[in-house]
Design a protein around this ligand. Structure first.
Ligand code: IVH
Length: 236
């Protein structure tokens, strides 16, 4: 990627989200955008190349999968014919209808839409899948965006969660962004995430486990400690 595609900082409660909001809001009326945190494969389409995010620096060129992919962007649904940044997913309705008939290469059905996306992405040859009517969707991150002020957010939180959860896309949380793009940009980024956005992860599943050791991951300019944990079951 010409510029690294970063990750997002994470919050696990409304309190943690509000701590971030209070840190960066300039007035109580600061506008925020609330979006689904899509659970798929992050991808970028520009100059007719579709690439995964990968580790943020090096992605994978998946342009050969374009015939399988439909873009959903504000006011548009159809072939990928414009630059877009978003997530490749299978819509919940498509998974229920199409993928109950589509058989994997070795036979059998895909267990869930996330497996199916990964499976399709790993194929060398997509003709069989096209023949079976398989379809993937690149959801532009701008597609669904609920505007709310910093001050209103706590009282509208529950309703916003409900509204977003009814959307037909696999998601594992919300993304909260500062609506003022120039302001968000001016805050810059750490090596891991931009400061102008945060992810709220759906998860009430937590477990305690043992730290077995630490391995150092050698990056370009930094060393990142990686925790080795004793495996623990978390909702399967
Ligand atoms: S904005 C650096 N908006 O979640 C800003 N990302 O865990 C990221 N993601 O790397 C782009 N839904 O791949 C954005 N509505 C959304 C998103 C979203 C899912 C992905 C994205 C990011 C990862 C962080």
């Amino acid at each position: 990627h010409r510029t690294p595609l970063l990750s997002l900082d994470k919050a696990y409660s409304l309190d943690e989200v509000m701590a971030w909001v209070d840190k960066y809001r300039r007035t109580p009326d600061e506008l925020l955008l609330i979006e689904p945190k899509y659970d798929g494969i992050s991808a970028n389409y520009s100059d007719r190349v579709l690439a995964t995010r990968g580790d943020g620096v090096d992605g994978e060129d998946i342009s050969d999968k374009l015939p399988l992919i439909e873009l959903e962007a504000p006011g548009y649904r159809g072939p990928l014919n414009r630059p877009a940044r978003g997530e490749i997913v299978i819509r919940d309705d498509d998974f229920r209808t199409l993928y109950s008939h589509i058989t994997k290469k070795g036979g059998g059905l895909y267990k869930n839409s996330r497996n199916a996306v990964a499976g399709l992405m790993g194929l060398k040859e997509i003709d069989d899948m096209l023949g079976q009517g398989a379809k993937l969707t690149l959801v532009d991150y701008d597609l669904i965006s609920i505007q709310v002020t910093a001050e209103e957010l706590p009282k509208r939180w529950g309703a916003i969660l409900e509204e977003i959860e009814t959307k037909p896309y696999p998601m594992d949380g919300l993304v909260i962004k500062l609506a003022d793009h120039a302001y968000a940009e001016s805050l810059g980024a750490t090596s891991h995430h931009p400061r102008g956005a945060i992810a709220y992860k759906f998860t009430n599943l937590r477990a305690e486990t043992k730290l077995l050791g630490v391995e150092w991951s050698f990056g370009k300019n930094c060393l990142t400690p990686v925790a080795l944990l004793e495996p623990v079951d978390l909702g399967g």
